[in-house]
Design a protein. Structure first.
Ligand code: BES
Ligand code: MN
Ligand code: MN
Length: 459
């Protein structure tokens, strides 16, 4: 019988090709046009879980896209790891900015280019292959349950219902998720927190129809101008968010905590250069690293209205729209913040426009402990495969399921991400290193080993 490492080495080409096949399925959850592809992807994931040696494998329908579940229980007395991931991906547009088609994966210079390569197919599939390697070599040291959903990128609307209805089936000791990034390939790190989210859309209406901007312009409020004024009033001169009560629940970090986080290497100049910006902008009193992780934000994600076609059209539009998101930190509550925004935005609307605020989805921030058996197991596993102890860091993105697992199942999560911030997730030319993919596959079994040995059924 080969060792787990030998098994992985022998099958590594197949592991890569299987991922490429999965990346060919355009499982875009946001666009109804791809509903059939999302369903097809769920079936493909199911098939792969079966082949990896998981049991009770099932495509579970929801009101939206299905959830794929499988498990391998070797001994009910042993601890259980619940792996979560998502097989849905973000829309690929703008398509013309991709150097190769988003759903025709290519491997160039050791990097896999495709939508979903890093977020999250390439990362959740590492677990499928790691489980396969452990099962096929008779080395699975504890129980494993795998849940891969298809609605993460659109707010996981139906996951809460599924988790509540399947508490017994999902019973575990710890949750393991690979859907985040490390500092660098030679600087491993483990995320110990994520931000929450409140996402909404606003509509500003001026006159009841588009008007000639010469005949009426100057005397009737232009809703686009008004929307811009309203949006710019949402930050003060220190780039703090000017919504009354917005910071009330924010848990400030102690000086010691900030100092510890500041120890993670961060090259601001290189960071700026990578983004082609000559200066940074953010909340006064906080560093760039802090601004994108431990502080809340408010951003416009899209803004539109009026004439945006070819050439010029002199029009004073009737309506203006924007999509906005706020990233939240402990202990801000998404629902509370959404209401604060709505009340404030309606209140500041001048009499010459009407404003409608439509909340979309949200999610809560999460912090994960570093003093648990699971964290120690994850840290030790990474230390072995990277030759360096991983640095605990806070992440800026959101994975709302992490707070949900804690609330509904009482479980803590290990954010065992192997991506990089530079993977272009949600952007054109998303990519994932073959190095990262293989490193994940070899590191995950070590986590299982150490966790099973350390946990004795307790996280
Ligand atoms: N994998 C990301 C979240 C992420 C990325 C966390 C990088 C940390 C570092 C996830 O797929 C995602 O995109 N989440 C959404 C939230 C969701 C509610 C749509 C996000 O963060 O915008
Ligand atoms: Mn993701
Ligand atoms: Mn994502």
């Amino acid at each position: 019988m080969p060792t787990v490492d030998q098994y992985i080495e022998t099958h590594k080409d197949r592991f890569l090709n299987e991922l490429l096949d999965l990346l060919r399925i355009p499982s875009v959850s946001a666009d109804p046009k791809y509903k059939g592809d999302v369903a097809r992807c769920a079936e493909a994931v199911k098939q792969r879980l079966v082949e990896a040696g998981l049991e009770q494998v099932e495509v579970c329908p929801t009101k939206g896209h299905p959830i794929v579940y499988g498990e391998k229980i070797i001994d009910p007395q042993k601890p259980t790891v619940l792996v979560y991931g998502h097989y849905d991906v973000q829309p690929a547009d703008p398509l013309d900015l991709w150097t190769s088609p988003p759903f025709e994966p290519v491997v160039k210079d050791g990097v896999i280019y495709a939508r979903g390569s890093a977020d999250d197919k390439g990362q959740f599939y590492m677990h499928v292959k790691a489980v396969e390697a452990m099962v096929k070599t008779g080395q699975l040291p504890c129980n494993v349950k795998v849940m891969i959903e298809g609605e993460e990128e659109v707010g996981s609307d139906n996951l809460g219902t599924f988790v509540k209805a399947n508490k017994e089936r999902l019973k575990a000791d710890v949750v393991l998720i690979s859907d985040t990034a490390m500092i660098a390939n030679d600087v491993p790190s483990i995320n110990t927190g994520l931000r929450g989210l409140s996402y909404l859309e606003v509509e500003v209406t001026g006159p009841d129809r588009d008007l000639h901007s010469g005949v009426y312009g100057g005397a009737v409020a232009n809703p686009i101008n008004v929307l811009c004024d309203m949006i710019s009033s949402l930050h003060d001169k220190d780039r703090r968010i000017a919504i009354p009560g917005f910071y009330d629940a924010v848990k400030e970090l102690s000086a010691a905590e900030r100092k510890a986080l500041a120890e993670a290497p961060f090259d601001e100049q290189a960071w700026m250069k990578d983004l082609s910006v000559d200066a940074v902008l953010g909340e006064k009193g906080y560093t760039t690293a802090e601004r994108c992780t431990i502080r809340p934000t408010l951003d416009v994600n899209g803004i539109w209205g009026g004439y945006i076609g070819e050439g010029a059209k002199t029009v004073l539009p009737s309506k203006a729209f924007a999509k906005l998101s706020m990233r939240l930190v402990p202990d801000q509550k998404s629902e509370v913040i959404t209401k604060l925004f709505k009340d404030h935005f309606e209140k500041i609307a001048p009499p010459y426009v009407k404003v409608v605020v439509r909340p979309h989805h949200g999610g809560e921030a999460a912090v994960t402990p570093t003093d648990s058996a699971a964290y120690r197991a994850a840290s030790k596993a990474m230390e072995e495969t990277f030759g360096k102890k991983p640095i605990p860091t806070r992440g800026g993105g959101s994975i709302p399921i992490v707070a949900l697992f804690e609330q509904e199942l009482g479980l803590k999560t290990i954010l065992f991400g192997f991506g990089l911030d530079s993977d272009n997730i949600h952007s054109p030319n998303e990519h994932y290193g073959v190095f990262n993919y293989m490193k994940g596959i070899t590191t995950i079994p070590r986590f299982f080993q150490h966790y099973a040995a350390m946990a004795n059924g307790k996280a």
